[in-house]
Structure formats: structure tokens, C-alpha cells
Write a protein that binds this ligand. Structure first.
Ligand code: SF4
Ligand code: FES
Length: 338
């Protein structure tokens, strides 16, 4: 008989939820959803071992458990701390947490340049969002920032190390999704940097997923770089019969052109299913895909702004694709709603 999983009651910002023993505070918060979910720059639910690097997910445990109600002595990383029965946690209701998050953002921005106007990640960057929410107008840092040359790691991926926050997600992707990992974090402390072994190229199938998991603009898609701002593009879910991955993607349209292909992401900006390099880099024609629906974009996202009022299906696509008329009607309808 299957062993019964113990359930724990936990309260986060006054909202109670019952979760399996072993659940982290962050995942318990995700089960509640909404504003009380701590931000996560390094944790990624699909990558084993991720988390514990960036400290953006800090929370305050005001009651340890029913058995031992003492509060935890300092703020804890919610992605790495598991819940106890009767635990009480504060996130946005704690001024200490809000203050600490502000400090973490300040620290991440010590070296990360504020080059959002020219960065391809702008509009999809978690650090940009956190910067808006918690950032200070001025820096207190007097020393020179770390700067690096831009490196082409493979013909499709650009590494811009100045922007890297050393979250390790791309290293886990290479370790867990590809046959051989050819890059990693070299050196320690202030000298730490993402690099390939002797400037190797990252060309494993599935390595393109490092672009999707990178929370900032350190790893970008060279086939899309400087082509457009993401908020001027229209994301549409599509699929194809792919022999190596699920073939479920988001196509980012500008007019009738597919400017880039990415994996689909959930509400926490995590990839739903990792996709292969062929789907990502080599299938940029509408005729390669069966189009589904417009991708749901959160109202808060800058991608939802600007272009959701007067959408017209691109004539070229409509003529060339065996696309159901209903899809475009839905697309147009959804765009008007947003
Ligand atoms: S390159 Fe991106 S994904 Fe890799 S460690 Fe740096 S910030 Fe994280
Ligand atoms: S998300 Fe928890 S430490 Fe980075």
C-alpha cells in the first residue's frame, strides 16, 4: 500500500494552505498564488538543485512550527526552506523582507548594467521588474564595475557576461538536458564568470534552452538580437510534429514574420516543456507550424501593452496557412481584451 504523504498547514502573509511535507515555502506560496509569491531569480522548478544563489526569495518565518513556535533568527531563502506544520511566514507583509529585497536588488545591480534600452531581454527580465519595484535611483558603489568582452558561444547564442547574475540556471540546463556540458562558472567570488572550456561553442541539441532560463539578458538568441523590442511582437502558441521534442512553442510575430521561437512559459516565467534547437532556431516559417491560440500574457507585462487594441491577422499568413478562421477570430478577440 502506498505510504500516505503527511500534510502540513502553513500560513503565508495570513493566507493558509495545506501542502505535502517536504514542500518549500516558495512552492507553498505558489500554491496560493498572487502577490504573496516571492520572486525567484535562480530557483527553477524543472531544474534539479537550482535555488539558493540569488536571495531574492527571502522571507521571514515568524513561527517555526506548532511544536516549536520560535521564530527563525534571520530571513531565509524560501526556495530552499521546507515548511513545517503550523509554520507562519511573512513576505510582502514584513517591512524587514521588503527592505532586504531592496538590498538584494541593489547588490545584484552593483555589476549588472542598466542597459535595458538596448538589451534584448527588456520586457521579459525579472531583474528589470525587481529594479522597478525595489531599485534605488542612485548607486552607493564607488568601485569600477566588472566588465567583459561579449563572447559568441556558438553561432546562435551570445554571452554578455556583464549582465550575468551567476544564478547557475544555464549550467543546470546543460548538465541535465544535454549530453555534454561545455560551459560552467569559472573562478570564485568577484572573479566568477560564465565561460566555456577554452572558448568552445555551445552546440548541443537542447542547449538553446539556456536562453529561455536566463533571468537576465546574459544569454541571448543571436537570431533575434536587435531585431525588435519584445513588446512590439505578437506571441502565438504553435506546435509541430517534432521527432526530438514536444514541438510546443511560442512564435513571436512581427507582421507576417516569425522573429523568434521560444519554449512556452508558465506564470512564473518557467519553461513548460524544453524544446530542441531545430524548433528554436531553424523553423522560422509559419508554414513549419500549426498555429493554436494567442499566448496568454499577464496584464502587468510590458508585452501586453501597446498592441492589443487593433490587431489585424497578417494577410500573408492567413493566405498561406491552413489555419482555422476561428483561430484568428480568437486571436483578434483576445488581443482586444488585453
Ligand atoms: S548566464 Fe544567465 S542563466 Fe547563466 S548564470 Fe548567468 S544569469 Fe544565470
Ligand atoms: S530564488 Fe531563492 S535564492 Fe534565488
Amino acid at each position: 500500500m502506498a505510504e500516505e504523504i503527511q500534510k502540513f498547514q502553513v500560513s503565508i502573509d495570513g493566507i493558509s494552505v495545506e501542502v505535502d511535507a517536504g514542500t518549500t515555502i516558495l512552492n507553498a506560496a505558489r500554491q496560493i498564488g498572487g502577490d504573496i509569491v516571492p520572486p525567484a531569480m535562480c530557483y527553477y522548478s524543472k531544474l534539479e538543485g537550482s535555488g539558493g544563489k540569488c536571495r531574492t526569495c527571502l522571507v521571514k518565518v515568524t513561527k517555526g512550527s506548532e511544536k516549536d513556535p520560535r521564530p527563525m533568527p534571520k530571513l531565509v531563502a524560501s526556495c530552499r526552506t521546507t515548511v513545517m506544520d503550523g509554520m507562519e511566514v511573512q513576505n510582502i507583509t514584513s517591512p524587514d523582507v521588503v527592505d532586504a529585497r531592496k538590498s538584494v536588488v541593489e547588490m545584484l545591480l552593483i555589476n549588472h548594467p542598466l542597459d535595458c534600452p538596448v538589451c534584448d531581454q527588456a520586457g521579459e527580465c525579472k531583474l528589470q521588474d525587481l529594479g522597478y519595484e525595489h531599485g534605488s535611483e542612485n548607486t552607493r558603489y564607488d568601485f569600477p564595475r566588472r566588465t567583459f568582452e561579449r563572447i559568441d558561444i556558438g553561432d546562435k547564442i551570445q554571452l554578455h557576461m556583464n549582465r550575468c547574475i551567476l544564478c547557475y540556471r544555464c549550467v543546470y540546463v546543460a548538465n541535465q538536458l544535454t549530453d555534454t556540458r561545455e560551459h560552467g562558472i569559472l573562478y570564485r567570488g568577484d572573479h566568477a564568470e560564465i565561460s566555456t572550456y577554452i572558448e568552445n561553442a555551445l552546440d548541443n541539441d537542447y542547449i538553446g534552452n539556456v536562453i529561455d532560463v536566463c533571468p537576465v539578458g546574459a544569454l541571448t538568441d543571436k537570431t533575434f538580437r536587435f531585431k525588435n523590442r519584445v513588446w512590439f511582437t505578437k506571441p502565438v502558441n504553435a506546435h509541430r510534429d517534432c521527432p526530438s521534442c514536444s514541438g510546443k512553442v511560442t512564435l513571436w510575430y512581427k507582421g507576417a514574420d516569425v522573429l523568434r521561437v521560444t519554449a512556452r512559459k508558465d506564470e512564473y516565467d518557467e519553461v513548460e516543456e524544453f524544446i530542441c534547437n531545430t524548433c528554436r532556431f531553424d523553423k522560422k516559417e509559419t508554414s513549419d507550424w500549426t498555429l493554436e491560440d494567442p499566448t496568454k500574457i499577464s496584464q502587468e507585462s510590458v508585452i501586453a501593452s501597446n498592441h492589443y487594441t487593433q490587431f489585424q491577422p497578417p494577410a500573408v499568413i492567413a493566405e498561406n496557412t491552413p489555419l482555422k478562421e476561428a483561430n484568428w477570430e480568437q486571436l483578434a478577440r483576445t488581443e482586444k481584451l488585453k
